[in-house]
Design a protein around this ligand. Structure first.
Ligand code: HEC
Ligand code: HEC
Ligand code: HEC
Ligand code: HEC
Length: 151
């Protein structure tokens, strides 16, 4: 088939397709960050950026040094495996300078893991707040570090 005999609507379609592909190819080169793909399907420079952020967590072992009694209580009850900082928040500043106290905790803390939600596995202990929570603080009846105990 000779080019001039290509129907104009087909020609427009071909030109449009080439334009779309061309725009995509140019945009891909222009918009892809320089270090993308250096190590994998992500921006290589992101590793350096993430590593340069200040650390805020002290790590699971850091608290044992000064709070070994608490560590022992937690390790021997149902909250074992939950890191101190999962409840108390980032503790690096406090670990380095105990004069700076960790943030105070409130009842929302317990509900984060224990409020009944259908999406949670049934074996995870859950409570219906309206049914269970009579308006006191959770820790007025429960011992946070030893949830098997009650006060
Ligand atoms: C260098 C020692 C040291 C380290 C490490 C340390 N603490 Fe402490 N912490 C203290 C001292 C001292 C106090 C004040 C006396 C007390 O309550 O035992 C304290 C108090 C606390 C309190 C009570 C705060 C309050 O308002 O009453 C919490 C909670 C706490 N630490 C959590 C942690 C956690 C979590 C870690 C690990 C990330 C940690 N600590 C690491 C020394 C330390
Ligand atoms: C399940 C959440 C949770 C975990 C895990 C947890 N704590 Fe606590 N912690 C609390 C709550 C809530 C309080 C406040 C208790 C209260 O007011 O009766 C508390 C209180 C404290 C206190 C103040 C003194 C006391 O004993 O009441 C210290 C110190 C402390 N925690 C250290 C730690 C350390 C160290 C770890 C890790 C070994 C840890 N906690 C793990 C929830 C937790
Ligand atoms: C980070 C998640 C998390 C937080 C926060 C948390 N818990 Fe738990 N809790 C668990 C896990 C995990 C278990 C053990 C598995 C289970 O039985 O659900 C547990 C178990 C329990 C149990 C059952 C103990 C038994 O007899 O078997 C009670 C009661 C409890 N927690 C109370 C509390 C209270 C009160 C707080 C707040 C101070 C709290 N939890 C905060 C995760 C959490
Ligand atoms: C007035 C006392 C009281 C208060 C306040 C209280 N609880 Fe309880 N909780 C109990 C008692 C008693 C049990 C054990 C009997 C039961 O399973 O109902 C229990 C059991 C639980 C269990 C285990 C449920 C299961 O299926 O085995 C969880 C989880 C729990 N409480 C979380 C909380 C949380 C989170 C709060 C705060 C929002 C809270 N409780 C406040 C008295 C209390």
């Amino acid at each position: 088939m000779n080019r001039s005999s290509m129907p104009p609507q087909l020609l427009r379609l071909v030109v449009l397709t080439l334009l779309v592909i061309g725009t995509y190819a140019v945009a891909r080169v222009v918009l892809t960050p320089a270090t993308f793909g250096h190590y994998g399907h992500y921006r290589g420079a992101a590793l350096v950026e993430a590593a340069s952020r200040p650390q805020v967590f002290a790590g699971a072992k850091a608290c044992d040094e000064c709070h070994s009694e608490t560590s022992e209580l937690v390790a021997n009850d149902r909250h074992k495996g939950i890191s101190c900082e999962a409840c108390h928040g980032p503790g690096r500043t406090h670990s380095r300078n105990p004069d700076i106290m960790p943030v105070k905790l409130n009842d929302q803390l317990c509900l984060r893991c224990h409020v009944a939600e259908v999406a949670r596995p049934a074996k995870q202990r859950q409570i219906q707040v309206w049914d269970h929570f009579p308006g006191d603080k959770c820790v007025e009846c429960h011992v946070a570090h030893q949830p098997n105990k009650s006060k």
